[in-house]
Design a protein around this ligand. Structure first.
Ligand code: S3P
Length: 174
């Protein structure tokens, strides 16, 4: 039995939101999609939050929201933003209070998924999205790898199969 929230981690474009929606429906878990919640709370889109207030401000909103959700002690699924692991306290909280899943995806596949990078301010900061993704992945890989479960999501399989694969891995942790 899943006795803790399930936290989905991974780079932008790794499929966190899609699989979280399926996990929520299929397994009857409340869904917390952090980026959408922040946008709703602030009344503006993520790129505008970055533009008006900067990344640090966004990270603070993200950390506060993560804490709020974990404090609910709801057995739910939390779809995070790719950078949530950058803040050490976030990762520590996730390790303590949740079961974490890293959706592992290579840069070439991430690139296909993020397209022009619209809605992803960090991707648009450099001239070359592939290079930016590569750098981000290199700096975050060691953090994502602290997740309890690692799932390869390079092969564009059926989303329900991916969701079941995640739940099988969760149940085999016990
Ligand atoms: C970010 C990823 C985004 C969003 C913000 C920052 C990152 O979420 O939180 O643009 O630092 O990787 P997705 O992973 O859902 O794209």
């Amino acid at each position: 039995m899943l006795g803790k929230p399930l936290v989905i981690l991974g780079m932008m474009g790794s499929g966190k939101t899609s699989v979280s929606k399926v996990l929520s429906k299929k397994y009857g878990l409340n869904l917390y999609e952090m980026d959408s919640m922040i946008e709703e709370q602030q009344g503006i889109a993520i790129p505008q939050i970055f533009e008006r207030h900067g990344e640090e401000y966004f990270r603070k909103l993200e950390s506060d929201l993560l804490l709020d959700i974990l404090d609910k002690k709801d057995v739910c699924v939390i779809s995070t933003g790719g950078g949530v692991v950058k803040v050490a306290e976030n990762l520590a909280m996730i390790k303590e209070k949740a079961v974490s899943v890293w959706l592992k995806v290579d840069v070439s596949v991430l690139l296909e998924h993020v397209g022009s990078g619209k809605g992803r301010p960090l991707l648009l900061q450099g001239d070359d999205p592939a290079e930016t993704l590569e750098i981000l992945l290199n700096t975050r890989e060691a953090l994502y790898s602290k997740a309890d479960i690692h799932i390869d999501n390079n092969h564009n399989g059926h989303i329900h199969v991916l969701a079941d694969q995640i739940m099988d891995a969760v149940f085999s942790l016990d």
